[in-house]
Design a protein around this ligand. Structure first.
Ligand SMILES: NC(=O)c1ccc[n+]([C@@H]2O[C@H](COP(=O)([O-])OP(=O)(O)OC[C@H]3O[C@@H](n4cnc5c(N)ncnc54)[C@H](OP(=O)(O)O)[C@@H]3O)[C@@H](O)[C@H]2O)c1
Length: 329
């Protein structure tokens, strides 16, 4: 790849979210899908045909060693993120790794150490951070429009229905539970606003498979800021995020589901901002990776590796409060 040629992508594990990413990549100005790697050749072939990739691999190792690929998107279940990210970086590939970055902070630290050792770019695919709505919100907050930001109210909960013990959301072997799957969205937003919490109060209800199906957590920060968050996989909750400051507030509409609007409220005056995303929204994270790599960066300022690490540390602390350990820990 030269600085002006599109980044050549490979997709590792062609499942649900990889389909979204590949769709988003089709609208990216600076990237193109070249290769797909699956544990199963038919799945890799079908995915490659659907999205126009030329190189098909029936193993992740084959994809990692494909000389036509510059960067690999990792769409496997949480429990494999570390192994797959390290496999790709050691093979000389840049990596965009799905959220949660890993299962715990210790795994995240290992991934970051390999990125530093190999000099490869590494980033967590917290796709909402790269959207125009969030860029604009960061800009308004930095300009002091809502004053000192003091509180975040945010939730992400949906109802799976019948418990499917083998499904990755219920299966402890695959890092199941609400926090790592959806709680990470409010948590990541809180982290971007306030940093690392100094106090954590939380509770969770573990379901029949032993994973957190319902959670609530309050995070406290150095200067007294608070984030009140919840996550669920058996309850549909409002899906709201309200950032409140001393001079006003920002409410993000459908914050985790293709957000393109937010309302700024100062006193009693409301202003609705609409900022459309490109493609299906996942385009922005792909473009951020290519932009950073073209500029010679090894991480993104929008989602720094230290922050991916501290978010994992907070999730470790929350799970410790609930007595939830995964079998591989
Ligand atoms: N950013 C987002 O909006 C978003 C949304 C949903 C999920 N995610 C994240 O993306 C990751 C994957 O979620 P998903 O919903 O796409 O999962 P999925 O549909 O089940 O796909 C996961 C893929 O991983 C591969 N895989 C490798 N080992 C596996 C194993 N032991 N069990 C099951 N699959 C295995 C499979 O591909 P092959 O067998 O073909 O190789 C499978 O298609 C998770 O970490 C999740 O948190 C992110």
């Amino acid at each position: 790849m030269t600085n002006s040629s599109p980044l050549r992508w490979g997709i590792l594990a062609p499942g649900g979210i990889s389909t979204q990413f590949a769709t988003g990549l089709q609208s990216a100005a600076n990237g193109t899908l070249v290769a797909v790697g699956s544990r199963n050749k038919e799945r890799a072939t079908a995915f490659a045909q659907k999205f126009g990739a030329t190189n098909v691999h029936d193993s992740y190792e084959g994809l990692a060693n494909d000389p036509d690929v510059d960067a690999i998107y990792i769409g496997s279940p949480h429990t494999y993120h570390k192994e797959h990210a390290i496999l790709c970086m050691r093979a000389g590939k840049h990596v965009l790794c799905e959220k949660p970055f890993a299962i715990n902070a210790s795994e995240a630290a290992e991934m970051i150490a390999v990125a530093q050792e190999t000099g490869m770019f590494l980033m967590e695919a917290m796709w909402t951070r790269y959207l125009p709505v969030h860029e604009k919100i960061r800009e308004l907050i930095a300009a002091g429009v809502i004053g000192d930001v003091r509180k975040l109210f945010a939730d992400f909960g949906f109802r799976m229905g019948t418990v499917q013990p083998d499904h990755r959301l219920f299966n402890r072997d695959l890092g199941g539970g609400a926090l790592l799957d959806v709680g990470i969205y409010p948590l990541s937003l809180a982290s971007s606003l306030f940093g690392t919490p100094t106090r954590i109060s939380s509770m969770a209800n573990l379901g029949s498979t032993g994973v957190d199906e319902e959670t609530a957590f309050i995070l406290g920060y150095e200067n007294g800021e608070m984030a009140l968050c919840s996550s669920d996989i058996q309850l549909q909750t409002p899906w709201e995020a309200q950032i409140t400051g001393t001079a006003g507030s920002i409410k993000i509409h459908t914050p985790w589901f293709f957000p393109s609007q937010f309302t700024l409220k100062i006193d009693n005056t409301e202003t609705i901002y609409t900022l459309d995303y490109k493609g299906n929204g996942y385009t922005h994270e792909a473009e951020e990776v290519a932009r950073c790599i073209a500029e010679g960066k090894t991480e993104s300022a929008v989602m720094p590796l230290t922050e991916s690490l501290t978010i994992m540390q907070t999730m470790d602390q929350l799970r410790a409060q609930w007595g939830l350990k995964y079998p591989m820990e």
